[in-house]
Ligand binder design. Sequence first.
Ligand code: UTP
Length: 291
Amino acid sequence: MKVTKAVIPAAGLGTRVLPASKAVPKEMLNIVDKPAIQYLVEEAAAAGITDILIITGRNKNVIEDHFDYAYELEQKLLANPSKKPMYDSVHGVADLANIHYIRQKETKGLGHAILQAKAFVGNEPFAVLYGDDVIISEEPVVAQLCRAFEKYGKSCVGVKECTREQVKKYCTLDVSPLDGNVMSCHKIIEKPTEEEIMSLYAILGRNVLTPDVFELIENTPVSEKGGEVYLTDALSYLAEHDGLTAVDFVGKRYDMGDKLGIMQANCEVALTHPEIGDKFKAYIKELAATL
Ligand code: UTP
């Protein structure tokens, strides 16, 4: 079944990037000239997704404004023929996909955020793009996961090998090879201790899930480790009982919920940016020589 719906959880408090995220949602922090969440919507649209539900919360209204028309600004840009490309880029953001919104009234974790999408999703498979994980890749990672979903018919998670320190902050997967970069996942542990680490693969930012995940989340208790409803607990149940596919996706992932991640994203995207790339490269070389 073709995946046409996506969910972007973007209701988190972003405590790791305070004070920047006090009034501006971390999903709206920019990479060169676009907010992080626009990269996600562009990725989903490029993968054939037509309908996207963004899970928002209090203080996140600017996300809706960004994906709406901006009449006054657009009329001003249109009045000046040299600003037509700018008009196109501003106006086009609103037409990337049908974007829907729902508020998560309490920030009770990623699992709880995804649960808010139950009515939107209905009985179809759907993609999940974590709101602060920007992945730059030739083929959209959502499309890479959809391919594995269509082939194996199981819910599917995007994974990457991480350092032991990162794995302890994210999760660890027990996997066995299937085909190329596609693996079968048998178990997941969220925020493992050193002894619990099963592999250095962790889930990073993208899933394609079947709707039976909602019932599993509803039956997931609040975690004693973090006081949140972890999506990982429901995914681990799928892995142990129904089967779960893991794709070691091709792409560079940036954690926009982390100060270093934001700087890495801006630096690397700026180096290849058509407008400022050359000048920025010269600046970085000059700067590096002084370090
Ligand atoms: P994170 O755990 O990275 O977000 O969730 P956070 O809670 O904002 O992080 P801290 O405070 O810096 O530690 C990954 C994605 O899930 C969303 C976040 O907005 C982020 O895009 N999320 C997280 C929700 O939508 N609701 C939640 O309750 C938690």
